[in-house]
Write a protein that binds this ligand. Sequence first.
Ligand SMILES: Nc1ncnc2c1ncn2[C@@H]1O[C@H](COP(=O)(O)OP(=O)(O)OP(=O)(O)O)[C@@H](O)[C@H]1O
Length: 560
Amino acid sequence: MASVRVAVRVRPLNKREKKSKVIVRMKDNTTSLVQAKVPVRGDGPVRVQGDGAKTFAYDFSYDSTDRKSPDFVSQKKIFQDLGVDVLHAAFQGFNACVFAYGQTSSGKSYTMMGEAADKGLIPRICEGLFCEISARNEGDAMSFRTEVSYLEIYNEHVLDLLNKRPSSAPKGGLRVREHPVDGPYVESKKGCITPVLWFTVVESVVIVRWLCSDLSRHVVQGYGDVGELMATGNANRTTASTGMNDASSRSHAIFTIHFTQARFDSELPCEMLSKIHLVDLAGSERADATRATGTRLKEGANINKSLVTLGSVISALADMSDKQATKKQTFIPYRDSVLTWLLKDSLGGNSKTIMIATISPADVNYGETLSTLRYASRAKSIVNSPTVNEDASVKVIRELQEEIARLRGLLDQTSQEVLELTKEWTNKWWETENILKEEILALRKEGSGVVLDSQLPHLIGIDKDLLSTGVIIYHLKEGRTLVGSDEASDPQDIALLGPGRRGEHCVFENRSGAVSLIPHGGDAPCLVNGVEVTRPCQLNQGEGAERLTLTPCIPNGNII
Ligand SMILES: Nc1ncnc2c1ncn2[C@@H]1O[C@H](COP(=O)(O)OP(=O)(O)OP(=O)(O)O)[C@@H](O)[C@H]1O
């Protein structure tokens, strides 16, 4: 979201205003209209207006009344404040718009186009654009393309200022249509859209698009090209001498720079398109002040009509921003004039927009100046929603590439997990197999039970607790297997735990599979099938296995 930024500029008194009083004061970013005693026209008797100073705050207040004053604001300063921001926005891929608004002869054309000796914002922005392009061309692998178009809206008709051949201009002017994504554009009156093949070359890759606009677009390579086109367009623009201005613009003029940047970013195509609209509006005028008749009067009426619509659009957008909290929808009358329709994106849409309100310093223009300042103040509340304009197909390619990369990552991660799980499982499998092999023990399922097959004589320790599932197998190795606790002087093969254990409890002697129990006697009782033995005795294995009780430590032990 970005609010429309508003600057107010006051020009010097002109020769028609030499007897007038200066009623505009500027301090920092505020503009004040001081008390004026001027006759106000109306149906009734002439009144004198002057109800105290009115002060407004803007983003910038530019005092250009007196070149000798230390506060004088030059064309250069205005470019530095506003034009540089427009260029930043364009290089970031945003649309931008600067429009000059104000009564006739207040200095709109001077601010936007300027004079040969004192260039205005449009030529300075173009110069700055090419300066920045050549600086960037040296650094990165970015490719730039700049095209310009220049149109005027004269008596509600759109005319191409760069292609004014009578044969090419449809009667009634070019028509404005609206693209669902790109917004309003200009096409031919007949409704047939002439496609134009458009391409950019980035590192030998050609990106091709069809453009559908009958408004001519001119590829420019440097400021020299733009300068020529500007001169052609300005010469073609409808101007006339009026009672207020010797060279009054009788049309609204829109100079548009279509700026495209293309490059490969980590092997992905990246293309940004920015539209910079630089608008010099015709000025509002009073027929009595301009002394217009005939054609000039009709022009003035059309100019005023479209400016009234512009005012309504600004008002509605400002209302909408105020109501934002209540989320109420407001109807914006964009289509009520060609001007507001073409500027739809710039006003409340996808653009970073700046309004320059130009005013006269003279008391005779009090009413018009106050009205301009009020409009400018309203415009400050307009909130736009600029977004970086990426080429749609390039955007899809990038999104798909990103999706592929994401899925690849996921696949790699899953494969790694599968590998690890397989390895873990294989290791376990081999460990179990080895244990089984080592102990020459096989598990065999028979009926509802499990049979332990072992070729070595062994003891099975069964827990006294019937619910316990713990079964321990002790293999009796060839030779002697010592049974006792850790209190014995020699380390014991089978360790007894619990109270009443003796250091050396008994010995199992295995001689080629024949196992004998050798008790130590005394207070280390050994029971075979419940009968205490005090001398060595042979034990059976398999079916006739004995039940041993080595009190109290191996609670029950069977030798199989
Ligand atoms: N800041 C300024 N410094 C010096 N002269 C200026 C300035 N602004 C305007 N002027 C002069 O005032 C006159 C009227 O200015 P300009 O033609 O720019 O007004 P405008 O608002 O575009 O008028 P219109 O709406 O009738 O086209 C011109 O002669 C111009 O040179």
